[in-house]
Design a protein around this ligand. Sequence first.
Ligand SMILES: [Zn+2]
Length: 203
Amino acid sequence: MLNDHLGRAIAGSGKSEIAVGDAGSVPVTCPACASNEVRTSLDVESFDYAIDEQTTVALDAPVRVHTCENCGEEFTSGDAEEARHEAVCNYLGRLRPVAIRELRKKYDRTRKEFARDTGLGEASIGRWESAAAIQTASIDAYLRLLMIEENYEATRAILNPEADLDSRRAERGCRVRTSRVAAFKVDQARARSRHFHLCRRGQ
Ligand SMILES: [Zn+2]
């Protein structure tokens, strides 16, 4: 649904050229004449981002531009779209695709497992990670909370308690029958009773 964010992004004017030192490391072939004599530079591309029907903002994205030394053809690689997507994420204050992937990898989860642990849609996770869509502000806040391991574990215990049991079995090499939710309840009860004792002693 948010794919059209980039569809509405219109490639623009900015042409402040910065030379890229390691441009020769990956051979680029000219699509017009198939020459490998291609010069790569980093342009700051200005594009219009439509916030809604009425409002448009101009954003900058660093885009690699290739120029063929043989025929003069100018072209960009696929990473240009990604750069625009990241610029929009930065503008909106949302996690970039790479940050969402890192979050999932932090817990060593596949997209399917991550979806089960968090209640998020597997297809949505894929779209956010591949820069095809941008998560809403509330989902973004949820993802940031999940960066804290305690929050992730608590969420997983509620939404996917079976996985929790499995991982704990694997960790401890034994069967664990109590779920994390039950463990929290016990902890809370203990905390309450401690509090109760302290109050009684104080009076
Ligand atoms: Zn060429």
